[in-house]
Ligand binder design. Structure first.
Ligand code: G3I
Length: 316
């Protein structure tokens, strides 16, 4: 049984981020995405720089290919991402637009994108990584030009374009109870109080073998108590290379804690790994000397983390 089918009984989607180049070129990769997972997220191809490389010129080709693949394999799709400060098109960041123009451009981007995928996407990451570690709002092109109200506006615009899609706030280092997750909690509570359509909070889950996730379950539960769903959206657990048996076991434990926290939370609806094989991973390119962050090795062989996740699902 696959991770996806083991999770089904628990009403949970077990998903992976997908690298579209690997999906096109590597049959073993493609076969694993199809057979092991019940959901997918585009690792890059639904980001603004890919969807609108030139102003007014849209390129849905790769994203549509992923959506079609998911449909063939009866997988859900998490849309990633509508409002972020990274992977924006150069025409936008270098365009010297006025605040008013930027607001209109963001509104149009959200409307066009959500409308394009209407009925095909289950969750959207509407706003991603809006907070600093201390809980203040991150200084981005959006905050600087639109003010803090851009967050509520983004959710309203997304809801206008597809009233049925589930809308998420998504961030990293908000797994535990801490200053940053406190700020997200306050944001969600205030948005709900104002009637803003927000339905979920995604905790990304980028960690290392040394991460302590002791308050993760309590944190997910407090969001659940607010009446929103939760999801683990980008799980991976990196280590300083080379890997050894001790680090691989520590890695399995961190993955397991994340999944168990989700399983213990009534409305935790999906668990997504940010890639599943060490053959394709963003980690070595971003963290010098680190890697082996995924649940299968470079040859698609299961690591201890894979077995630990299966056991968690089977016993839940
Ligand atoms: O597409 C270009 C290609 O044309 C060019 O030749 C190549 C040369 O470097 O770069 C390619 O773009 C890269 C892109 O991934 C696609 O592979 C970018 O350089 C690289 O920066 C980009 O990295 C992505 C990263 O987000 C950038 O923000 C990672 O793949 C992706 O895994 C990562 O994902 C983020 C989530 O969206 C949000 N949460 C954190 C997570 C990890 O950083």
């Amino acid at each position: 049984q696959s991770l996806g089918s083991l999770a089904k009984r628990l009403d949970l989607r077990f998903a992976t981020a997908v690298d579209m180049a690997a999906l096109a070129d590597d049959a073993a990769y493609r076969q694993k995405v199809a057979s092991e997972f019940s959901g997918v997220t585009a690792e890059n191809v639904m980001k603004w720089e890919v969807l609108e490389p030139q102003r007014g010129v849209y390129d849905w080709e790769q994203a549509d290919r992923l959506v079609a693949f998911a449909r063939e394999n009866r997988q859900t799709v998490r849309g990633h991402v509508l409002v972020w400060h990274n992977q924006l098109p150069a025409w936008l960041t270098e365009g010297n637009f006025s605040s008013q123009e930027l607001r209109a451009l963001l509104r149009r981007h959200i409307h066009e994108t959500v409308r394009h995928f209407r009925g095909k996407v289950w969750h959207w990451d509407v706003v991603n990584e809006a907070f600093n570690e201390d809980g203040t709002l991150r200084d981005t092109i959006w905050l600087r030009n639109l003010g803090p109200g851009y967050i509520a506006d983004a959710f309203r615009w997304a809801h206008e374009a597809d009233p049925r899609v589930r809308l998420y706030y998504n961030d990293y280092n908000i797994e535990n109870v801490n200053a940053k997750s406190d700020a997200v909690y306050d944001l969600v509570r205030s948005l709900r109080a104002q009637g803003v359509p927000i339905h979920g909070v995604g905790v990304q889950g980028h960690h290392t073998v040394g991460s302590d996730l002791a308050s993760m379950q309590r944190n997910l539960q407090r969001f659940d108590d607010l009446g929103v769903e939760t999801s683990v959206t980008e799980a991976d657990v990196r280590m300083v290379m080379p890997a050894d048996a001790t680090k691989l076991q520590a890695q399995a434990n961190v993955y397991s804690t994340m999944l168990e926290s989700c399983l213990a939370t009534p409305r935790c609806t999906s668990f997504t790994v940010w890639g599943f094989t060490d053959k394709y991973s963003w980690v070595p390119g971003w963290f010098d000397g680190e890697g082996a962050a995924n649940i299968l090795d470079e040859n698609f062989q299961p690591k201890p983390a894979y077995h630990a996740l299966r056991t968690d699902l089977a016993l839940a």
